[in-house]
Design a protein around this ligand. Structure first.
Ligand code: CA
Ligand code: CA
Length: 296
């Protein structure tokens, strides 16, 4: 009889454990998948527009400092393998470093120096990779600050070659063959883990490259109603399925808020800026981009 009771109670324990496991498994499936994104760093000739798009005036600069970040709201990452590339060979990825020297720390406490994660450059695909892999990863890596993206995972330069054409470029998180991006997650803490491949949900870094100032479509060094009217003409043509009539350099500089569209919003921003600049002392005039971003 004693033995019977003992079997019953062990069955009850088993039932309780499997119920607990099911709850955890459901949580594991409902977590927010980690994603990656980039930020460009502003320098002379390199501007981050309102949308996050990077505008490059290639007369002033051909080097765009950039960094890649992980967004991991559920704190599930035990190991991170991220790879990114520029498909256009006229935008070369170079000079990868960890974030410590530039930003003071890494996203994860387990990594304290720029040598403590694996960083790689893959010239054959014009790509790069960072690997945060803790040897004992029975639990998620701990953040250095409050959020996973308080510090970048890696820093690098995107460099335009001398013959780079004006136009749109992009740096993408990739998941091709051996160049895979994955995050090994440990959401339950019970030794079970899950691997996800967040390349498709991650945000690319779009860049527009031109040989002139943002918004200066006719390249006369002034941003005024002529530029606004050129934007409106292009918008009207695009709306009726005609060629915009703009060159690649003009197209790149016409999308002044960087949302991927050339439309009346861009024209009205240019006109508002023209009005502002006409009534402001020369020394006090801020850039069109800062004006659009509301910095005064
Ligand atoms: Ca102009
Ligand atoms: Ca726009």
């Amino acid at each position: 009889m004693k033995k019977f009771i003992s079997i019953i109670s062990s069955m009850a324990i088993t039932a309780t454990l499997s119920a607990a496991f099911c709850t955890n498994a459901a949580d594991a499936n409902s977590f927010k998948e980690p994603t990656f994104y980039f930020k460009g760093v502003e320098t002379d000739g390199v501007e981050e527009l309102l949308s996050g798009l990077i505008y490059v005036n290639q007369k002033k600069s051909s080097t765009i400092p950039a960094a890649i970040y992980i967004k991991d709201e559920d704190k599930v990452a035990g190991q991170v393998f991220v790879k990114w590339a520029s498909k256009n060979k006229s935008l070369e990825l170079k000079n990868i470093t960890g974030p410590v020297a530039k930003y003071g720390a890494t996203p994860y406490k387990e990594f304290t120096s720029d040598d403590s994660m694996n960083l790689a450059t893959y010239t054959e695909i014009n790509g790069m990779g960072a690997n945060y892999s803790s040897i004992s990863s029975a639990k998620p890596m701990a953040y250095t600050a409050e959020k996973s993206d308080a510090y970048p995972m890696a820093c690098f330069d995107a460099v335009l070659t001398k013959d780079a054409a004006c136009g749109s470029y992009s740096i993408d998180v990739i998941n091709d063959n051996t160049y895979f991006t994955s995050v090994v997650c440990r959401p339950t803490g019970d030794g079970k883990f899950k691997e996800v491949f967040p390349a498709e949900n991650s945000e690319a870094l779009p860049l527009n490259v031109s040989d002139r100032k943002l918004g200066d479509l006719n390249d006369d060094s002034r941003i005024d109603s002529n530029d606004a009217s050129n934007v409106l003409k292009a918008y009207a043509k695009n709306s009726s399925n005609q060629d915009s009539g703009l060159t690649a350099a003009q197209t790149a500089c016409a999308d002044v808020n960087g949302d991927g569209k050339i439309d009346s919003v861009d024209a009205s921003k240019i006109l508002a800026y023209y009005a502002y600049a006409s009534t402001t002392k020369d020394d006090d005039i801020i850039s069109l981009n800062n004006f659009i971003k509301g910095k005064k």
